[in-house]
Design a protein around this ligand. Sequence first.
Ligand SMILES: [Zn+2]
Length: 140
Amino acid sequence: MVTLSSAQAGRQAARLAGVHLTLRAAYAKALLAWLANPQLARLGRPIVTTGHRSVDEQNALYAQGRNKPGPIVTYKLGGESKHNAKPARALDVAFLLDNGQVSWSAELLARFAQLMKAASPAVRWGGDWQSWKDRPHFEV
Ligand SMILES: [Zn+2]
């Protein structure tokens, strides 16, 4: 089972501190459920990669895949994303693996999404969107 270093745990706490209470509570509940299930915990450790994102950071991300190199990762300009709200009404999840790598496995994210939705009916998952699926993304 993957455990976080104190520096990693500190970054997780700082990211979560900027997130809306309902979403933060749902994440805490889903994370506990994940870690309490040995079969899931063996696959990797959920981590929050982004909570709040500033308008400037959002605009920089929007430029990626348009007038900057890289794949398109967002369709929202600065101020339009739920990540830009204060506190943030969105968070993005990935998984820390045994080998230290970070995974955005669609299967792991789908499994975690079940726990997030079970944790709070207010949670919406980007993987359920009809058009562009944003699987790491959860919002309220
Ligand atoms: Zn997101």
